[in-house]
Design a protein around this ligand. Structure first.
Ligand SMILES: [Zn+2]
Length: 435
């Protein structure tokens, strides 16, 4: 008897539950449509009131992507679309009061990826359509090795597009702090002979964290600098910090990449051409990668220290030593990578400071000063910086300052200045800089 009643009750409860969920689903709604173009991909985001029930398929002649949404209230009107992309001619919709059909008229056939995303502030439920560009803007050809090449700094402005990063107490987005700092750093680098920047993202769009290191690798970057702003659950923490790859993460990544034979050549560059014996390949790849990882980590740690020295002059430091982390963007074992947290966006004073253009400029300048100094001190052997550094002269017996000035076609005064000489006397074995 008890049992029977229990089942009866349970069935009623289930029925009620089912009715409630139908009612909930029927109240879904498309609240916004945003188009985010990027060089690789166009992302269309439908902001939804609840988790979407969706199906999609492609049609050709003309190329279209059709998305059917179920249980949509007000299904006949699609909100106004913000943003545009060369891949999309138009976005239109039709509805019968319960379901909605959205059609994307495309300029060419593309392999669309349609998926839903759970709420992440400031966004709620979303239906996302990724339309890869069929002919992605080709990455610039890798820099050809010349006698004196530029040092390439990949600059990664954290977050972007769909991903605002952390949000400050006044509602400011991290992605809107990282991009202007990255742009200014790029400008300073590009004005410096012997250095060249490449921006991992050039505008407000989303790039997956794995793709960020791939872009840097495609340009054979000497260093990857990822720019972020920190956040915490309480408003007190403040200050900048610099992160490098943790040894444990690096070791795991090397292992994972070695499992994928097809990635060896990507990681090893020219070396892979020499390694033709597949039995030895893994062993050799391991050795070469260990060496390059070791170099990457040492370089990253040195650069991180130099960046902290400079940042400390213009900002409060949260941590005075480089921190080791397993952050995604730091996982490239073959490219020295650092992640700079320029301050805490969750701290009201720092949020205000980070928003100010003059502070952003100071941060960019201090990053540049540190990077430039690092590469002046330890230039890659084939770089212009290395060539310039090599303009030194070791004094032999019988040489005088005036003789050297004549030989290098410079003035005695310039030689004296650059070498900070108090007089014209020089000694055998002394190393002089040549202006
Ligand atoms: Zn961040």
């Amino acid at each position: 008897m008890m049992k029977n009643n229990y089942y009866k009750f349970k069935n009623v409860a289930l029925l009620l539950l089912a009715l409630t969920s139908v009612a909930t689903l029927a109240s879904n709604q498309v609240q916004g449509v945003r188009v985010w173009p990027s060089p690789d991909n166009t992302r269309v985001v439908f902001d939804m009131a609840a988790a979407p029930e969706h199906k999609s398929f492609s049609l050709d002649k003309p190329d279209r992507l059709v998305i059917d949404l179920q249980n949509i209230k007000g299904s006949s009107n699609l909100p106004a679309v913000t943003g545009e992309s060369s891949v999309i001619k138009a976005i239109r919709s039709s509805g019968d009061g319960n379901s909605m059909r959205i059609v994307l008229d495309l300029t060419k056939a593309t392999n669309a990826n349609v998926f839903s995303l759970p709420p992440t502030p400031p966004y709620g439920h979303r239906l996302v359509v990724d339309l890869p560009n069929n002919q992605p803007e080709p990455n610039l050809p890798p820099p050809t090795i010349r006698a004196a090449r530029d040092i390439v700094i990949a600059i990664d402005a954290g977050h972007g597009g769909e991903d605002p990063g952390s949000i400050g107490p006044s509602g400011f987005y991290e992605k809107n702090i990282t991009l202007p700092i990255a742009r200014q750093l790029a400008q300073l680098i590009d004005r410096q002979p012997g250095m060249k920047s490449m921006m991992v993202r050039t505008n407000d769009y989303y790039i997956h964290v794995n793709r960020r290191t791939e872009i840097a690798r495609g340009q054979q970057a000497d260093l990857l600098v990822s720019i972020h702003a920190d956040a915490f659950t309480s408003p007190q923490p403040r200050g900048a910090s610099v992160w490098v790859l943790s040894l444990r993460r690096a070791t795991t990544e090397v292992g994972r990449m070695l499992e994928q034979t097809e990635r060896h050549s990507e990681l090893l560059g020219g070396v892979a051409e020499i390694i033709k014996d597949s039995a030895n390949e893994r062993y050799l790849a391991q050795t070469v990668l260990d060496l390059s990882m070791n170099h990457s980590m040492v370089t990253a740690y040195q650069v991180a220290g130099e960046v902290l020295d400079e940042l400390g002059k213009v900002a409060h430091l949260h941590k005075k030593e480089p921190q080791a982390a397993s952050l995604g963007v730091l996982k490239a074992p073959d490219i020295p990578s650092i992640l700079v947290e320029v301050g805490f966006i969750s701290n009201p004073q720092e949020e205000k400071q980070l928003k100010s253009a003059s502070h952003q400029t100071q941060l960019a300048k201090s990053l540049f000063t540190a990077l430039k100094r690092h590469f002046e001190t330890s230039p890659p052997a084939d770089s212009l910086f290395a060539q310039q550094r090599a303009r030194e002269h070791r004094v032999s017996a019988g040489e005088s300052l005036s003789l050297l000035a004549q030989r290098y076609n410079v003035s005695v005064a310039d030689l004296r200045d650059i070498n900070q000489l108090a007089s014209d006397s020089i000694r055998v074995g002394q190393t002089l800089r040549i202006p």
